[in-house]
Design a protein around this ligand. Sequence first.
Ligand code: ASP
Length: 578
Amino acid sequence: MERTYYNGRINEKNVNEEVTLVGWVHKWRNLGSIMFIDLRDTTGIVQIMVNTEEIKVPDIRNEYVIQVKGKVALKEVENKKLKTGKIEIVANEVIVINTAAQTPLIIDDKTDALEDTRLKYRYLDLRRPCMQEILKIRAKIVKATHEYLDAHDFLEVETPLLCLSTPEGARDYLVPSRIHKGHFYALPQSPQIYKQLLMIGGIERYYQIARCFRDEDLRADRQPDFTQIDIETSFLDQDQFLTLMEGLIAKIMKDVKGIDISLPLRRMEYDEAVNIYGSDKPDTRFGMHLVDIKDIFTQSTFESFRLAKSLKCIVVENIADKTTRKVIDNLNIEAKKFNLKGVIVLKVENNQLSGSLTKYLSVEESKALKERLNFQNNDIIIIAASDSNRDVCFGLGALRSSYAKTLGLIKPDTYDLLWVVHWPLFEYSEKEGRYVSNHHPFTRPCDEDIKYLDSDLSKVYAQAYDIVFNGYEAGGGSLRIFDGKVQKKIFEILGLSEEDIQNKFGSFIQAFNYGTPPHGGMAFGLDRLTMILAGTNNIRDVIAFPKNLSAVCPMLNAPQPVDEQQLKDLHIKISDED
Ligand code: ASP
């Protein structure tokens, strides 16, 4: 099709050139003898000026596909809203290539359409320039990844989608086998086992832009199928590996945002993240740190402070006058979500502490608090007490984050990247009444902690790391166990029977006998990275064809029932029971 330029790329240098353009009618205004058309393509919008007294204009409506021939002219007054605003095209021919019905949503950055309408007509939603911008950011991240990893000797390898389930902790999507009655494949939650087998296979540096599937309840930042930049390497220690990955992040930031980040990134111990920031994905762009005050209250007359194993607080500045009873009630509701009984709030009013706790506060305790916290007039102190340090930290951490948002403590367009390292290998699951893997069962324990595998699992730390970006977990991974005996032991600790181990991991364990190199890797969440760099907190915005919060694709209406015959072929009967 004849076309001289993309619309968004014409500028003053093209003045007086005869051009042929194509695209969609973004907007049109008929002013009698003159008609203006904003012509849009994937690069942007250019204004067409048609002298309707001189040339015949066909019937034009929004979203018609048209071709325009004309001459580039300098505009008298620049339209600052358009990238091409210094010029316009004086048309001498306008041809309609295709018509369009009235669209069910406004095709513009600002649209009032509900999200389900946007998803139902995603092909129209994708015409909105802001949506195309996001897809371009995503593609740039992928391009930078390919370039960087290729330059560092990584080999891109595809792994199967029809595989055995891997124990990443979520529910699997299952695919029934027609040939093997009653047998199922699982879609990969990640290519974890394959990438480790690739290391055993001698591929020293592997990567893949990998589709992963997890059947979990959806949230704003979760999708049933999502994409990871999946990476595995051999013969690197943790520091060497993190340094290599920092180079990738630096290239992505440079290529996508034009930002030079300073390396090395901060490496924060998991325990510090939890104890100081109240989170395993700390946002370090603002303070409001958690402060331990347990030692101040060892003799307290307030029993729950005296007896609690963990007692910590945060100081929120200059907000006492706005902290009504209702605000405190809400803080308590939030705290309860983290298994806390509630929080105690002290206000600093007229340079005095006030609040229900004050009747229990001794002069020494007040003085010690003032010295430790250095609070000022109109600050509030939020205190949490519990026998579980984890609950205290995560509860206060959540309040810290929500205050940072409401008080606008985070400057827009600031980027905060760090590693959280040295994670506990296991996490105690109250629900299951046993220890479960914090990452996954292949994570290598720290050498010095192996001795605790038989005595105290809470003391075993892992050679694991997460990359945290603006308070989001943007990726994570670990060095892996490469000793078959240790791997078997971990499976046993996690409660797998000999039979389970053989059925699920038989060939994996066997492979360990044939010269397994020390190896480790990680996966970056491509969707999360794109969300952060595109400045959206909705994962559905960064995926061309996402599912809604009920895991439904409203455009194709998937999932759907299938024909009786298809079910028969798969040896499946649908039961009426729920
Ligand atoms: N497979 C892990 C995950 O999906 C990442 C890794 O350990 O490499 O979280």
